[in-house]
Design a protein around this ligand. Sequence first.
Ligand SMILES: *Cc1c(COP(=O)(O)O)cnc(C)c1O
Length: 384
Amino acid sequence: MRPAAYLLRPRARRFGAMSSAADGSTPPTQPTLRTALDAVPAYVPGKPASAPEGVTAYKLSSNENPFPPLDAVRVVLDKALDVVNRYPDMASVDLIGAIAAFVGCEPANIAVGTGSVGILGQIIQATCDPGDEVVFAWRSFEAYPIVAALAGARSVMVPVDAGQRHQLGLMADAVTERTRVVIVCSPNNPTGTVVHRGELEDFLARVPRSVLVVLDEAYLEFVRDADAPDAVAVWRAHPNVMVLRTFSKAYGLAGLRVGYAVAHAPVAAALRKCAVPFGVNTLAQVAAIASLEARDELMARVDVIVAERARVAAGLAEQGWQLAPSEANFVWLPLGTQSGPFAAACEAAGLMVRRYADDGVRVTISEPEANTRFLEVCRAFGPR
Ligand SMILES: *Cc1c(COP(=O)(O)O)cnc(C)c1O
């Protein structure tokens, strides 16, 4: 038998040599952590709901679905509780089969993960060495700079324009030989705008095939803009494009952590290699399958939220607010330095909203009563 590899490293200093600090230096007093972690921004979760006495509080800070789980989902979750002593199906065969049938592709083109945030981490792990670059719009989803920094990759943030839209031309300009990934978030979180078919095709024509373009469609089901691209068709037409989707928003399973990627087979295989083993648990798998089967019922709920979005947008316009149209389940108020006072006014009314420093405030479209109260706060605050 060959000796273990560690015995074959004559130049590695032994622990004894390190700890005796023969060179006079002070030996470390704690474990050595990667310096790349110093550049990782903290994820700010949406605040939980809290309200003054006698007022119902609403959490409008995490773009969650306000509807309770479907009965069909409760039934499969209840059954799956019987087997939580067992590991989940590591390959998520049934779920991947159901997603592939829904998307209209091969199972080899689907990878699942612990939410699309989990898959985003796998994407960066699969593509980026330290110093490589990830290009995305800003503001956009705050998980992007986190997953990039975790891998020691550099975030290249291209500002959205005055209309809160991706500047795809500038994003193509930002691609260098170090770029491994470009993320296009449409609808964009937190600004709510979509990219359009024509500009996306122009952009893809300029991006080298060696760069992976991720179309993050977390809010796809809320889109009503006829010029929005069909991301799966775009994926089929471009070998360097992949699509990212989630069960957290329209499907209402945020608490179970499951999302999926539609990717060309080599990319999908790389994503599976980077997955946490058994990450997508049994409850998440069965609930996602049941949700795809109950899609019509879920999409009727999405229609209700979209109608509420239209009511809120009309109410804000009537008050004099000039906002970019939202294609997602939230609205974005680019309030600048008024963001803090506005978020405080919402909180005083029992509405937890998401403030982004002195850029703006994002407010989730939720129950009608919450949306109406939000409009009242906006009226009292006055359009800016
Ligand atoms: C909410 C969201 C996701 C999905 O997150 P999950 O991890 O699937 O819950 C992905 N991308 C964007 C832009 C989002 O806003």
